[in-house]
Design a binder for this molecule. Structure first.
Ligand SMILES: C[S@@+](CC[C@H](N)C(=O)[O-])C[C@H]1O[C@@H](n2cnc3c(N)ncnc32)[C@H](O)[C@@H]1O
Length: 234
């Protein structure tokens, strides 16, 4: 697996070690347990709309669960995954090999904040960039979104699925859920969701799950770059 972390522009020192600590044991039960609460991921895959010949990067790809589903759903696409955790990547490598997809799915160690096609030795931009429950763990999620927007071609798309602001849930349950997520260093990005909702436009789509538990979003890179300024100004 290639090493591709730029410590100059990456997350705070020790972030990769923290992610390894979170996932060292969890990675063995990750796919089994997360299918019950990382909701909306299959919707994102279904609605990706990739076509043969396209390239797709998942930023914070974890165990490669989504990359494998995408490869099976969309024949002829090339997939790239980056993650800050070596532990998660070792599970991902094994899963990709077992699925017989090593020729179509390439994985590197690296940071979302530095995402670029060059991380994978590519010169052409990606057609799709995906964040699946990773923005809620990425310290500088604004920088990560901006890097994704820069890494996608002008006709490409940036896709996000993540926790919502939980405001439609029974509030003691919402509070307990937040406290439990904190144990895993997960923070729902409330401001991002609010902004994405108000910024609806012709190139953006957002679907919010019941209780505002989670959301699925997609937009052009130009729309995402515009959001970045609004996020920074908010
Ligand atoms: C909750 S998991 C989601 C994994 C996968 N995307 C999924 O949907 O199952 C979040 C992942 O983001 C990774 N991550 C956290 N911060 C990161 C960063 N700054 N750069 C790259 N990956 C990061 C973690 O190591 C972890 O694998």
């Amino acid at each position: 697996m290639a090493e591709n972390a730029d410590p100059e522009n990456g997350p705070p020192r020790g972030h990769a070690a923290l992610m390894d600590q979170v996932y060292r044991n969890q990675r063995h039960i990750y796919d089994l347990t997360r299918k019950y609460y990382l909701l909306g991921r299959d919707r994102l895959v279904r609605e990706l709309g990739a076509t043969p010949g396209q390239s797709i990067v998942e930023i914070g790809c974890g165990t490669a669960r989504n990359l494998i589903r995408i490869a099976e759903t969309y024949p002829g696409v090339m997939l790239y995954g980056l993650d800050a955790s070596h532990e998660m990547l070792s599970t991902a490598e094994e899963a990709v090999r077992k699925a017989g997809l090593s020729q179509r799915i390439k994985l590197v160690h690296g940071y979302a904040e530095n995402t670029s096609p060059a991380m994978f030795g590519l010169s052409a931009p990606f057609d799709h960039a995906i964040f699946s429950y990773s923005l809620s763990m990425i310290p500088d999620w604004r920088a990560a979104l901006a890097a994704a927007a820069r890494s996608v071609g002008t006709r490409g798309r940036v896709h996000v699925v993540d926790f919502g602001d939980l405001e439609g849930l029974w509030s003691p349950f919402g509070r307990a859920l937040r406290a439990w997520l904190r144990l895993f260093h997960v923070t729902p990005r409330d401001r991002l969701l609010k902004l994405l909702e108000t910024a609806k436009g012709p190139e953006q789509e957002i679907y919010i799950l019941p209780g505002r538990y989670a959301f699925v979003f997609r937009a052009s890179p130009q729309a995402v770059a515009g959001l970045e300024n609004a996020v920074l100004d908010a």
